[in-house]
Design a protein around this ligand. Structure first.
Ligand code: PXL
Length: 278
């Protein structure tokens, strides 16, 4: 059985970060160890959330795992709260590194042209540094623009060549593979494009563009993409699994009588995930 590590916060209510990654990756039949970086009452889009920083616990936890000779087949990271947390994750990448270990970074820090509360341009550049130490990165257009220090452009303004050039600039941060989410080159279609610089190959996957925007879909996408890769799917198939699973989660959410606003009902899409992984 494969064992992976997911490093990000616990937002107790909010359906994002670890409360999404743990069930999704586990459902794929992969042991999912967690390293919580902070405990929040909710994610930061709610007003008045509490925040307990766990940064000081990270070195001791990692040290204990090293003593126990615990190995991970892959490590994925999402929302991280500070420069120091990014530096500690870089150290974990180094300390647990072995041939074949997949380092998957979702630089979760913004959407729709804006960074989440508490982040600034310097933080985004630091996240770009972490992306340079990954094997695959999965930013959206907002995160890509901030990490590269470029102006944000809405997804509908990109041509295929623009996205391809952007992917090459993202690989320039140092990760051999970059995927960009939220790509819509054609009206009604929505998905992801990726570039594997080791093969000089692009791949992409698009599905129906649903007329909704939900918080937490980025974390659902990246958890499913990481799970599919660790399951053994090649990149192009992993992108398909992740896009179709995310869309099913949105469909399930809007089918509810009173849809929640703060996340998606990915739980109801888990059977679809298992079908897609077959
Ligand atoms: O990746 C989404 C996310 C994760 N964790 C926290 C957040 C958010 C998005 O706002 O606030 C704490």
């Amino acid at each position: 059985m494969k064992r992976v590590l997911s490093i990000q916060d616990i937002s107790c209510v909010g359906k994002c970060s670890l409360t999404v990654a743990l069930p999704i990756i586990s459902a794929a039949g992969i042991e999912t160890a967690i390293l919580p970086t902070a405990v929040l009452s909710t994610h930061t889009v709610f007003n008045g959330f509490t925040f307990r920083d766990l940064t000081d616990d990270i070195p001791g936890i990692a040290e204990h795992w090293l003593e126990e000779k615990i190995k991970f087949d892959g490590i994925s990271t999402g929302y991280l709260g500070s420069f120091r947390q990014i530096e500690l994750v870089e150290k974990i990448f180094d300390d647990f590194s072995h041939p074949g270990m997949l380092r998957f970074v979702d630089p979760a820090m913004g959407d729709n042209g804006k960074l989440y509360p508490g982040f600034d341009e310097a933080f985004a550049r630091k996240m770009g540094e972490l992306c340079g130490k990954a094997d695959i990165i999965v930013p959206n257009f907002t995160e890509a623009a901030f990490m590269l220090g470029e102006e944000y452009m809405a997804d509908k303004d990109y041509s295929a060549d623009d996205v391809k050039a952007l992917l090459k600039r993202l690989c320039g941060l140092g990760s051999p593979i970059a995927a960009i989410t939220g790509v819509s080159l054609e009206k009604g279609k929505y998905g992801v494009m990726a570039y594997d610089s080791t093969k000089d190959e692009y791949c992409e996957y698009y599905s129906e563009h649903l007329p909704y925007s939900f918080h937490g879909t980025g974390d659902v996408f990246s958890s499913a993409c990481f799970a599919a890769l660790m399951y053994g799917k090649p990149l192009a198939e992993a992108l398909k699994v992740a896009v179709e699973f995310t869309i099913e989660a949105i469909r399930q959410t809007v089918a509810q009588e009173n849809p929640i606003w703060y996340g998606v009902d990915f739980e109801l899409a888990i059977p679809k995930l298992l079908e897609l992984l077959k």
